[in-house]
Design a protein around this ligand. Sequence first.
Ligand SMILES: Cc1ncc(C[n+]2csc(CCOP(=O)(O)OP(=O)(O)O)c2C)c(N)n1
Ligand SMILES: CC(=O)[C@@H](O)[C@H](O)COP(=O)(O)O
Ligand SMILES: [Mg+2]
Length: 628
Amino acid sequence: MVTVLDTIEQPQDLKKLSFSQLEKLAGEIRHLIIQTIAKNGGHLAPNLGVVELTLALHKVFDSPKDKFIWDVGHQAYIHKILTGRRTKFGSIRQLNGISGFPKRNESQHDAFGTGHSSTSLSAALGLALARDLSGQKSHVLAIIGDGSLTGGQAFEALNHAGHLGTRMTVILNDNEMSIAKNVGALSEYLSKMRTTSTYSKVKHDIEYLLRRIPAIGDSVAKTAERVKDSLKYLLVPGVFFEELGFTYLGPIDGHNINSLIEVLQQTKNIDGPVLIHVITQKGKGYQPAECNAAQFHGVGPFCVETGAISKSNGNPTYTGVFGDTLIKLAESDPDIVAITAAMPEGTGLKKFASQYPKRFWDVGIAEQHAVTMAAGLAAAGKKPVVALYSTFLQRAYDQVLHDVCLQKLPVIFALDRAGIVGEDGPTHHGVFDFSFLRHIPNIIVMAPKDEAELRNMMTTAVHTNAPVAIRYPRGSGTGADITKELEILPVGKAEELIHEGTMALLAIGAMVDPCLQAAGLLAQKGISCRVINARYLKPLDGELIRRLARETGAIVTVEDNSLAGGFGSAVLEYINTNNLNWVKILRLGWSDQFIEQGSRSELLAKYGMTPEGIAESVYSFHQQFGVR
Ligand SMILES: Cc1ncc(C[n+]2csc(CCOP(=O)(O)OP(=O)(O)O)c2C)c(N)n1
Ligand SMILES: CC(=O)[C@@H](O)[C@H](O)COP(=O)(O)O
Ligand SMILES: [Mg+2]
């Protein structure tokens, strides 16, 4: 049987569909997305919430002439399906497959690449300004969620676009959720508006009422004006956006295709910035996702019938160990407080939040604010732990440098998802943190070899009166014993795991375990290697490096970070500064390119970072230089 979806190759194919065909298509798209994400994993709930909205957008506008910019882009699956990628949809997020985010090099319909949040309005404004400069007439639309609207950059763009009066449309997709429940005063304001009846009626009624307030005499007239203004503030929906220079339309039911089409048509004739407030339900149409939108925001493979999510290898995750350890440390230290930027589940702080609600803040998607707020807390004697994904700390580089490290404030950065994260791909791989933290004075940077060491690094961090970053990978740990007493580690001291060998494998973080295995493989080929767990990127264990240089003559550094400016670079610099230049160095890590999507194990294998790959590189290095 031919479905409506089978007839859609390009967005123009939607134009001829009737309302009932569009509704049928919405059902077919939901089915395709649920079946595919159940296999591949991905952002299920956000996409199920915007099926009707995406259909309406493509029905009314003409992509690629008209530009859609999807904020974060995790909700662009329907857009992909409708713009020539239906048959490739089964490969989404897989190695060599289509991306889970918009990508300019994937399709002319992906007007702007995204992955990190709150950028869409700035990008849309740029595109709209360029359009106006070249005298074109197309439409530019940014589609942003209520969560992403909590990010400062979105406010910067609203402020600027409203001031310029540029013709562009912002679609605010309000489902009252970030990944978790959305937070903040603006979120509360939006929630109040959800309960108002439709915009045009309310606005019309209010304006009618205001016009009827009589003006008798000058002073009374002035008072009446003030009353009108106050009433407007109280009653007109969207006055916040209107005062910023936007025409506000809404709230609109985001699952009613007809209403959506009607309001989108209206915006075509408005000259200036417009904001359409669309109300949607995250996870719409799949009960497990409707009931637990946070869990199905970004989800691994699951069973469609039951909604049961597949488990990984069963070892505790680094995230979970971080969360539990922080609770333990906080029991005996009332100064420990914790901050997340909209990711209480993802960073493992959810339990901490319910145990210590007064010592926890979710600041929204506001990493820069999170870091400077932590600096403020530290300046007042608290011990703030800022838990972020490595990739999202990129946003707050200056706050780390200028607000925390320059003032030597004891803020602890818990950097989850460091290294290669897998299917989210290049926007999310956390392979730059070593490089962008290492050159900042005063900071201590550590990476645990396993989840047991993560506990001890956290213990060390809370007992160290300095800025500290601890970075650890996504997913399960190695199964190390996490029941031992917590220990304070000596700062700047590495751990020697294999003491004998003619070469030294100097590994850090998640690469220590593969190096131990690589040493085993090399031993079978007659090459003996010492293995060292570096523990610290900064301060480096210089004494050990000098000894290794003297005793082995060859050092191989291995890191789950970009080679440019990372751990290996730090070792090289140390060798050079200390005139140890006779020592041969091989650096293994991620080369100077954006690493594509794929499972972590596929990418490690492809780039030679498995035990076998490391052993092979070390073997060639050994052969090439005839290391003693
Ligand atoms: C800078 C940054 N911080 C955090 C994230 C992680 N993140 C991805 S989606 C999301 C929530 C987005 O909420 P919203 O915009 O409302 O979209 P919804 O999923 O509700 O449709 C978060 C916190 C990110 N992508 N970028
Ligand atoms: C889109 C986004 O930024 C997040 O949803 C991210 O994909 C979550 O990653 P994890 O699955 O590693 O928590
Ligand atoms: Mg939302």
